[in-house]
Design a protein around this ligand. Sequence first.
Ligand SMILES: NC(=O)c1ccc[n+]([C@@H]2O[C@H](COP(=O)([O-])OP(=O)(O)OC[C@H]3O[C@@H](n4cnc5c(N)ncnc54)[C@H](OP(=O)(O)O)[C@@H]3O)[C@@H](O)[C@H]2O)c1
Length: 337
Amino acid sequence: MRVLVLGGTWFLGRAVVVEALRRGHDVTTFNRGKTGQDVPGAQVVRGDRSRHGDLAAAVAAGPFDVVVDPSGYVPVDVAAAAHALAARVGRYVFVSTVDAYEDWPHAPITERSPLHECPPDVAWGSLPYGHLKAGCERALAAAWPGELVVVRPGVLLGVREPKGRLPWWLRRMERGGRVLAPGEPERRLQPVDVRDAAAFVVDLAEGRADGPVNVVAPQGHTTMRRLLQACAAVVERNAELVWLPDDALVAAGVREWTELPMWRPAPGTWAVDATRARAAGLVCRPVTQTVADTWRWMKSGQQVAEHWRTAEHGIDPAKEGELLRSWLGEVRPGPGR
Ligand SMILES: NC(=O)c1ccc[n+]([C@@H]2O[C@H](COP(=O)([O-])OP(=O)(O)OC[C@H]3O[C@@H](n4cnc5c(N)ncnc54)[C@H](OP(=O)(O)O)[C@@H]3O)[C@@H](O)[C@H]2O)c1
């Protein structure tokens, strides 16, 4: 099969390229040559998808059986890719996100849940990420004449994770000592290892199932406690988890999801239905394996181009220490009190 990947050098897109090559497909990537590394064995076409004329180079490298698009964030650019490639490609696999759902995270989500409002002709910067992804989906529905498969991942973890959620927890455990563990220990998480997500995307590219489909692990796959325990175990340091409840963290102004990565206090359910993905063949490896492989990769010293949001992740050690001491009743009254 001839596969075109728009992007293909960073995290999910790169894992898709690696998996497609492993299965013997003929893979071409289209990117600017700025982020990450080209995968040996893939043909490379350089261009900037936001400069729509550059897509001619990708078109000229065709025809392709399928285009996989993990780097589409702007409806007008996704529509331009669809128009440019329509005559030379059979199937379009678009990587969206669960953020595209209007009700996420406040209500349980299935693939039939409504998407955010966003017209298909919107340009960059005017709306939040999830709205723009919904607009990209609409742009494709309007512009793509062939088979269209939309995947909506929840959270992806694993080797080369550019936002640094799991790497932050691993580094924190490596520092050892008392570690602020956030919220409800048994809160369910639905992360997918990037390699499993990539294998599933390639399955869909091969035409084995239709979209739209949520790419999330089944509920109960892991919990905050199991994730953090796996991190603590793999770094082989003496890290003691001290659980602080949601309300104490919210009252202290701790930013959810970023300051303590993967922590969401529970105003809603954060539950995404994984039934379709499972039926379509998504297999999720144990989170202990994702954690161990990510740690091994971090220790190997390989670098990854950071995401522009990486710096948002992680709590300041002084703030963490203060919160722990206060929770454990170790804060001494100051003079005059
Ligand atoms: N990570 C998660 O937890 C998560 C969760 C839900 C959904 N998702 C979705 O999963 C996808 C992640 O894909 P990804 O990890 O491969 O990263 P990505 O951010 O989608 O794409 C990065 C790739 O696209 C290329 N690229 C960026 N801008 C370009 C441009 N203007 N023209 C041509 N190429 C361009 C980059 O290379 P150059 O910079 O060299 O051009 C790089 O190869 C996204 O669609 C994201 O919304 C991720």
